[in-house]
Design a protein around this ligand. Structure first.
Ligand code: SF4
Ligand code: SF4
Length: 375
């Protein structure tokens, strides 16, 4: 894995100093010292909102390349749910088969794919048990979105005690996938590499400087934008693609818009879904002021519409017509392969629960680095 403090960087040749990125940054982490945008890395939470806002596409995220696969004897691609939703949308049947997916990623150099949606089901099960155990207390804040978690840590440290103490679906997926691969191949865990195919620059920071664990099990983060065009082309050759979307590597991104919070009454939990960095920030400000929230779980997503709005995703062909949050929920249910007995035994082992101390991390608040007032 490459070693950077942050994933986000500005191409000064492209930057025209329009300040659109500054308006979107929730951390006041960008300034224009000489008419060009400069990121203040001590403040940045890698949410990627500046990438989405920049009309010049001057801001990018550094992620790993496929060359880093060579450091491992056995390589696993951890597929983000949003990637699979996008690829499914390209398929004439509405679903790319596991065999075609495996074959496309095998051509990229991977030995196996593992769907992170499966781990998301494990995480959801554990969070539900935690909520049952703490009945009557304030709602839990989900920790699946690393940008939202870092926002809480940096700007609302008093709310860290409300965060779910469970590893993210990406971390759980890496551990489950490596364990399974070690059993299958006889290799040691250290010989197996797990690479997250990511819609999000904050995942890079999550693996390099994790908040919920001392060491990440993820060995690299590869942006979806790096591989999407190649995978789509290979699926098209197998007839698994409709063909009406042209989405080459490094394709266009669409500026997300904040969406209103949405309450979902499903199963035993009352979940409040909040997406878009401004909406998330507004809710956290209200909670910090002591406003009660009538929910068991608050799902925070920095990107508008959740991970499908991630800055490293190609332009989303579904975004204008589909409630992407509901789509991901439906998708998770369909792909989840662990039954309740299996989930219960995973939960009892408690191996995916966070033991890291709750507290402020290395990202500093704007006030700590000398900013006057709140962003
Ligand atoms: S990634 Fe987010 S926090 Fe960092 S500079 Fe961009 S908008 Fe600000
Ligand atoms: S939005 Fe883009 S062009 Fe405008 S100041 Fe920021 S980086 Fe430069």
């Amino acid at each position: 894995m490459f070693q950077h403090l942050h994933s986000i960087f500005v191409d000064l040749q492209r930057c025209e100093g329009c300040a659109a990125c500054i308006d979107e940054c929730p951390m006041r982490a960008i300034h224009l010292p000489h008419g060009k945008a400069v990121v203040i890395h001590e403040r940045c939470i890698d949410c990627g909102q500046c990438m989405l806002a920049c009309p010049r596409r001057a801001i990018s995220a550094v992620t790993d390349t496929l060359e880093s696969l060579s450091q491992h004897a056995y390589k696993i691609a951890l597929l983000a749910p949003s990637l699979e939703v996008l690829l499914d949308s390209e398929s004439p049947s509405g679903r790319v088969s596991s065999r075609d997916l495996g074959s496309a990623f095998s051509n990229l150099g991977f030995d196996e794919v593992f769907e992170v949606a499966r781990a998301a089901r494990v995480v959801a099960f554990i969070v539900e048990r935690h909520i049952e155990e703490r009945k009557g207390q304030a709602p839990l804040l989900s920790t699946s979105c690393p940008a939202a978690l870092r926002l809480v840590q940096a700007r609302f440290p008093g709310l860290m005690t409300h965060t779910a103490r469970v590893l993210s679906p990406m971390e759980v997926a890496a551990r489950l996938a490596k364990e399974k691969a070690a059993g299958k191949t006889g290799l040691s865990i250290g010989q197996i590499g797990a690479f997250f195919i990511s819609p999000c620059p904050a995942k890079v920071t999550e693996t390099e400087r994790p908040i919920l664990t001392t060491r990440s099990a993820v060995d690299g983060v590869i942006g979806i934008d790096r591989i999407y065009g190649t995978v789509v082309k290979q699926l098209a050759e197998k007839g698994s693609r409709k063909g009406q979307y042209e989405l080459p590597d490094g394709t266009e991104r669409e500026t997300g818009t904040d969406r209103p919070a949405q309450t979902v009454q499903g199963g035993r939990l009352r979940r409040l879904k909040v997406s878009g960095i401004q909406t998330v920030t507004g809710l956290l400000e209200e909670m910090e002021r002591g406003r009660p929230v009538d929910a068991d779980l608050i799902e925070l997503h920095a990107c508008a519409g959740g991970c499908l709005g991630g800055p490293l995703n190609p332009r989303n062909p579904l975004e204008k017509t589909t409630d992407v949050g509901r789509l991901i929920e439906k998708y998770r249910r369909r792909r989840g392969c662990y039954d309740d007995q299996c989930l219960l035994s995973i939960y009892k082992k408690r191996s995916f629960e966070s033991t890291a101390p709750v507290g402020p991390g290395s990202t500093e608040t704007p006030e700590q680095v000398g900013c006057v007032g709140s962003p």
